[in-house]
Design a protein around this ligand. Structure first.
Ligand code: 4NP
Length: 157
């Protein structure tokens, strides 16, 4: 199994959205038994909560059901469990780099590094409106495609 963890700050907006987009793609390519997926937040504020209503409603309109997802905080044990730890923004990446054991041999990267056209950060939509949530999905969809292509290439899947 190749294990992929998506990480943002709260684990209620961007990373559950990335989780839902990526798992739909993995399922559409019949790779559920080869790639496992989870998401987490660098902060613990929303532990146990469902994804934000706005993320869930925008996601649902685009065909992604994320009602089963519950927020949790990333832990140092995640570096043992996940081959790819994918951050939404530079703050998430820096927090993960600070937590990572020196021995971590997996891949710590920004989500939009896998996007053909965009690079940089998936902006935090929490204090924004519904259009900011739509923008998150517009950024995540091509990046998820690029990430899956990268994993398929790297692992001969
Ligand atoms: P996320 O968005 O990191 O994409 O889940 C946020 C969710 C909650 C908060 C900030 C960002 N918050 O401040 O509670």
């Amino acid at each position: 199994m190749t294990a992929v963890l998506f990480v943002c700050l709260g684990n209620i907006c961007r990373s559950p959205s990335a989780h839902a987009v990526f798992r739909a793609l993995v399922a559409s390519e019949g790779l559920e038994d080869k790639i496992s997926i989870d998401s987490a937040g660098t902060a613990a504020w929303h532990t146990g909560n469902m994804a934000d209503d706005r993320a869930r409603s925008v996601g649902r309109l685009r065909g992604y059901d994320m009602d089963d997802l519950r927020a949790r905080q990333v832990t140092v044990l995640d570096f043992d469990a996940f081959d790819y730890i994918i951050a939404m923004d530079q703050n998430n990446l820096q927090d993960l780099q600070a937590l990572a054991p020196a021995s971590y041999a997996g891949h710590l990267a920004l989500m939009l590094d896998f996007s053909g056209k965009d690079s940089g950060e998936v902006p935090d939509p929490y204090y924004g409106d519904i259009t900011d949530y739509e923008h998150v999905f517009e950024l995540l969809e091509p990046a998820a495609t690029g990430l899956l292509a990268h994993i398929r290439d790297s692992h001969n899947l």
